[in-house]
Design a protein around this ligand. Structure first.
Ligand SMILES: Nc1nc2c(c(=O)[nH]1)N[C@H]1C(S)=C(S)[C@@H](COP(=O)(O)OP(=O)(O)OC[C@H]3O[C@@H](n4cnc5c(=O)[nH]c(N)nc54)[C@H](O)[C@@H]3O)O[C@H]1N2
Ligand SMILES: Nc1nc2c(c(=O)[nH]1)N[C@H]1C(S)=C(S)[C@@H](COP(=O)(O)OP(=O)(O)OC[C@H]3O[C@@H](n4cnc5c(=O)[nH]c(N)nc54)[C@H](O)[C@@H]3O)O[C@H]1N2
Ligand code: SF4
Ligand SMILES: [Mo]
Length: 740
């Protein structure tokens, strides 16, 4: 038996794991008590990596569609088929004929994160749809407009300093179940706020486990957050309690003017929060020394996600809590990001509207198009002929998912990079499975950017991939080969081409720390071993702690990081304004025009009619749609995919606890068991997402035995947050009635 250290790549918590091996067999996984950040914390999903690794349903070899059936083939055959399928489309119709749907697991794979985005840009890909637009695109959009950004690969986002705050205000997040993003291993840290005399306020239509632990729970109506935040700001400003802001803030007067209609009295009905409670919360925020604010999925996958993120950060700014310990702070990651590249307080306008979906109805934001518009893009235009899905299960994760599946059948060519034959990939012509999570090196390129402590770690793959088995990076290189028409050159050469173009981009950009260096010298310094490590080494070396290729001999390199099994502690988050700003004005933009322009829509919504509304929730033993094939996560006879209904809504509908209910909307309907609960606000029902493992052609023996109902068969049709294009997954108008 041997023991190896690993990092769990499933969620943002990035827990340190200890993996016990018997030869190449993974026999056990537990939390690593010596990990300096997660200190032994682990959840059932991390432990289930063992089962996922050994899962007989997990694909090890490629599948090709032949006569309607998906059959196993060798890797050379699969790559030949890739060329046959995609090559002609690209040659005849160019990059705009190929759409991409990139999904959540890629955010946990540093190679995909560094090279994937770069490769798409090189290919001229514009029909790029990702899971960001059913998740955090509002946060990316608001942050880009307030602090500056070039794309969604790196970002400048303030995170709550929960270990030092006196008051924590949480909107639309349940970290005790989800670990949220940036509130890792939360139980002890939340309890510590209360132990030091602080308070926690949770704003959520459901009394979640986090709300139960909180000192105050505001059971808001879905989608009411932006109006609530606007009223808090308006009240604090009107009471003369706004903080004095330094010169690197712009637009305060415009902000105050634009928010004037949103008084507590005006928003009380829509938000479901009485005016006196809004005033009391405003007074508490203004009177408290250090206040941290945090909003996540519930604050984002709704019609006003961008306004919510913007107003959350402006509320922090006007109360003096932005960029201060105990409030919100900007992390400084080891690898270079937009905010540590280029010149401080110098930036281009936010990339927006440079191209559109094929029908012109939706514009690009930060290089991405709304994934909720992908089915229409395929079904109503002849433009998109091929679809490449990578780590995405849009058939369960995007709104109006029946239409999404219909689009998968309509497209001429579909290629999936995915380890499972699931609800999405069953429509593919070719499936290329990457190695398992335990077979890959890990570095948190994405999540280091939002951590609550500046910390970075590298872990080696726990199990070695068989020599002839392509890695996720190799699969990307094979796609680049076909998309760029590179022909039968060595894969290592493609890797070299990508690295070389990355080095040139870094050297050539204004304000580069390696502007005066010869790209050939940098390439030589990065070595000749193909793979994603060289790109990461580059980003570490030009990053804020980097050695700048010898200029700072004590600086960091990937080799130096790898020497320490527990990575590098780069210290607590520190104030970083105004240096992180990359806006054209060089200031924090408190009133960005595209957001101010969306306020009239919010004002109209204050008077909207309000029927029964559907929201989602997360569960400890699920992660989105893809962990239900692990037996340990499915144990127990209790049905988990239940519709939470308040007794006041259940009685008139004739529903009792455990009854089967038909839940329907304009998009579709599902049958689900009812769970009567006082924890959900009356007028709101809640169903978890990622279920619905049914229909033909799945290779998911365990998941199919507990299929659950697909929430996204009912969400949509595509209500969108206007500035970001994010899907409004929560807040769909629904009806409930006894089934059958
Ligand atoms: N166990 C587990 N952990 C996960 C995941 C998982 O699937 N399972 N997924 C991971 C991913 S991809 C993400 S993005 C994070 C998400 O992390 P969280 O944001 O913490 O996710 P949820 O638990 O869905 O919490 C969203 C909350 O928003 C509430 N809500 C719904 N509508 C509204 C609204 O209009 N306003 C307000 N204020 N609240 C609303 C819901 O009731 C719910 O409690 O979790 C990650 N961690
Ligand atoms: N109604 C509703 N819908 C939601 C949400 C909600 O709260 N409510 N939450 C949204 C959020 S926050 C998110 S992040 C999305 C997630 O939506 P998606 O991005 O679609 O992610 P998953 O559903 O987790 O599906 C992941 C896919 O990647 C595959 N996969 C797993 N590991 C790997 C890997 O290492 N490499 C590759 N190439 N593939 C891999 C899996 O087999 C699966 O097909 O769902 C969104 N959808
Ligand atoms: S899935 Fe569980 S073990 Fe893995 S990182 Fe998230 S909380 Fe940690
Ligand atoms: Mo997510």
């Amino acid at each position: 038996m041997t023991e190896r250290q690993a990092t769990c790549p499933i969620c943002e918590a990035a827990c340190g794991l200890t993996v016990t091996l018997d030869g190449a067999d993974v026999v056990g996984i537990r939390g690593d008590a010596d990990h300096p950040r997660t200190r032994g914390f682990v959840c059932p999903k991390g432990v289930a990596l063992k089962e996922l690794h050994h899962d007989p349903d997990r694909l090890r070899r490629p599948l090709v569609r032949r006569g309607g059936e998906l059959v196993e083939v060798s890797w050379p055959e699969a790559f030949a088929r890739l060329e046959e399928l995609l090559g002609p489309v690209v040659r005849a119709h160019g990059p705009d004929a190929v759409a991409f749907h990139l999904g959540n697991p890629l955010a946990h794979d540093f190679g995909s994160w560094i090279y994937g985005w770069h490769a798409l840009k090189l290919f001229g890909a514009r029909q790029v749809y990702t899971t960001a637009t059913v998740d955090h695109m509002p946060m990316m959009t608001a942050a880009a407009l307030m602090f500056g950004a070039r794309d969604t690969a790196t970002f400048t986002i303030p995170t709550p300093d929960i270990d030092h705050c006196d008051l924590l205000v949480l909107l639309g997040t349940n970290p005790l179940v989800s670990n949220a993003t940036g509130i890792t291993a939360p139980r002890g840290r939340l309890a510590a706020i209360q132990q030091r005399g602080g308070r926690i306020v949770v704003v959520d239509p459901a009394r979640t486990r986090t709300a139960e632990l909180a000192d105050e729970h505001l059971a808001i109506r879905p989608g009411g957050d932006a109006a609530l935040l606007a009223a808090l700001i308006t009240t604090i400003v009107a009471d003369g309690r706004a903080a004095e802001l330094p010169e690197h803030y712009a637009g305060l007067d415009d902000l105050v003017g634009a928010l004037a209609p949103f008084t507590p009295e005006r928003v009380a009905e829509r938000t479901g929060v009485p005016a006196d409670r809004i005033r009391a919360l405003a007074a508490e925020i203004a009177a408290t020394e250090r206040v941290a604010f945090y909003g996540r999925v519930g604050a984002m996958v709704q019609p006003f996600g961008s306004l919510t993120c913007w107003l959350l950060w402006t509320l922090a700014a006007v109360t003096g809590n932005l960029d201060r310990p105990g409030g919100l702070l900007f992390p400084q990651a080891l690898a270079a990001t937009h905010a540590t590249r280029g010149r401080a307080r110098y930036g281009d306008p936010v990339p927006m509207g440079r191209w559109t979906t094929p029908d012109g109805s939706r514009a690009e934001v930060l290089g991405e198009l709304p994934v909720a518009a992908l089915p229409d893009a395929i079904l109503t235009s002849g433009q998109i002929r091929a679809l490449i899905t990578m780590g995405s299960n849009g058939a369960r994760s995007t709104p109006d998912s029946a239409r999404y599946e219909q689009a998968l059948d309509a497209v001429d060519v579909m290629v999936s990079v995915d380890p499972y034959l699931n609800e999405t990939t069953r429509h593919a012509d070719l499936i290329l499975p990457p190695p398992s999570a335990l077979e890959r090196d890990h570095f948190d390129y994405f999540f280091d950017q939002i951590g609550s402590h500046n910390y970075s770690r590298w872990t080696d793959a726990v199990v070695l991939v068989e020599p002839d088995r392509p890695t996720e990076h190799d699969l990307l290189l094979e796609l680049v080969r076909v998309l760029a028409g590179l022909g039968p050159i060595d894969r290592a050469q493609i890797d070299g081409l990508l690295l070389s173009s990355l080095v040139h981009e870094v050297v050539d950009e204004p304000g580069s720390v390696v502007a005066d260096r010869d790209p050939h010298d940098l390439l030589a310094a990065l070595g000749d071993r193909p793979g994603p490590e060289r790109g990461l080494d580059l980003m570490i070396r030009i990053g804020p702690y980097g050695d700048r290729f010898g200029e700072r001999p004590d600086g960091m390199t990937l080799a130096r990081l790898r020497k320490s099994s527990y990575g590098v502690d780069l210290g607590p988050l520190q104030p970083r304004l105004p240096d992180v700003l990359r806006t054209p004005s060089g200031a924090v933009e408190l009133a960005p025009a595209p957001l101010v322009a969306d306020l009239p829509r919010l004002e109209r919504d204050l008077d909207a009619a309000f029927g029964l509304r559907l929201i989602g929730r997360r569960q400890t033993r699920s992660n989105n749609s893809w962990l239900h094939n692990a037996p340990s996560l499915m144990r127990g006879s209790k049905e988990r995919c239940t519709l939470l209904v308040h007794p006041k809504d259940a009685a008139p509908a004739g529903l009792a606890d455990g009854d089967l209910c038909r839940l329907s909307s304009a998009a579709g309907s599902v049958v689900v068991p009812v769970q009567i609960s006082e924890a959900i606000r009356p007028g709101v029902v809640s169903l978890p997402h990622g279920w619905g493992h049914d229909g033909p052609g799945l290779r998911l023996a365990v998941a199919s035995a507990h299929p659950g109902a697909n929430l996204n068969a009912v969400t949509g049709p595509a209500g969108l947050d206007v500035p970001s294009g994010n899907a409004a997954l929560n807040g769909t108008e629904v009806r409930i009635a006894p089934a059958g």
